[in-house]
Design a protein around this ligand. Structure first.
Ligand code: SF4
Length: 95
């Protein structure tokens, strides 16, 4: 069974999760008013506070603290990649 250390989450750095936070109550304080996180850097497509990002944005930490007892790391990774795929599909269909 793999762990975050052995098989880390491979972020594609598309930035879409940081640009679609309006329906996430836990991210309400991060929303700059249009669903984009106030810490998202449009130029680099990266997080300006990456080292200190909230737990909800840190896949490995989120699993350790909230999901480890409910699902394996591989299952959690798969769910996250599925979320990435959905956001990328929605974005593609906007164009
Ligand atoms: S805090 Fe950083 S990782 Fe979290 S949504 Fe904002 S830009 Fe993205």
């Amino acid at each position: 069974m793999s762990t975050p250390q052995v098989n880390p989450f491979k972020c594609s750095k598309c930035g879409l999760c940081c640009k679609n936070i309006s329906n996430i109550p836990e991210c309400e304080h991060l929303d700059n008013g249009n669903g984009v996180c106030k810490y998202y850097d449009e130029e680099t497509k990266l997080c300006k506070i990456y080292e200190f990002r909230p737990e909800i944005c840190n896949v490995a930490l989120l699993w350790e603290r909230r999901y480890k007892s409910k699902k394996t790391w591989d299952e959690f990774l798969e769910e996250n990649y599925e979320g990435c795929k959905i956001l990328q599909e929605l974005e593609k269909n906007k164009k």
